[in-house]
Design a protein around this ligand. Structure first.
Ligand code: S3P
Length: 169
């Protein structure tokens, strides 16, 4: 198996899908934001606040190079902007988790830890700006994806079953 890379907008559920995939399939999962936070020993929020977005994107590019060179047979969940790295397609099969902005927002605000979910995301501080970012990115996500999965109103169990049907493990 090559790697599987989950991409999609902030809050669409990439992390939840990855955790469910670990339950349903014999796979190891890693997350690019977690890797970056460990490398830097500080949160994404802190990195954005202290160093700015460009610094964060440069680390994403570095992580992407490492993934391409050194990681195999792994499920990789990513931050919402990771899909922009130049070598994305060389890392593995790209799976886009697709859902309308309003459904994503609904999912975040209905979460028991909604305030935390919003606070930790520097690019989700203003809903109008987040919506604009979504609209700008949407065609790019679709374009770079090998597989698009409509996740709207589906359980994580069902989403993972659909992914496993389309991607051979
Ligand atoms: C970002 C998404 C975040 C995180 C960072 C930037 C983005 O990850 O990588 O705040 O540019 O969309 P999530 O998609 O897990 O929120």
């Amino acid at each position: 198996m090559k790697n599987i890379i989950l991409i999609g907008f902030m809050g669409v559920g990439k992390g939840s899908v990855a955790r469910e995939m670990v339950k349903q399939a014999d796979v190891v999962a890693i997350d690019t934001d977690d890797i970056i936070e460990s490398m830097e020993n500080r949160t994404i929020k802190k990195i954005f606040a202290t160093e700015g977005e460009k610094y964060f994107r440069d680390i994403e590019a570095k992580v992407a190079k490492w993934l391409e060179k050194s990681v195999e047979d792994t499920l990789i969940s990513t931050g919402g902007g990771f899909y922009k790295v130049k070598n994305l397609k060389k890392i593995g099969t790209v799976v886009f988790l697709d859902s309308p902005f309003d459904k994503i927002y609904e999912r975040i605000i209905n979460h028991p830890k909604a305030q935390n979910k919003l606070k930790k995301r520097p690019l989700f501080q203003d809903i109008d700006k987040a919506r604009e970012l979504y609209e700008e990115r949407y065609p790019q996500y679709k374009n770079v994806a090998d597989i698009t999965i409509d996740v709207t109103d589906k359980s994580v169990e069902k989403i993972v079953k659909e992914i496993l049907k389309k991607v051979k493990l």
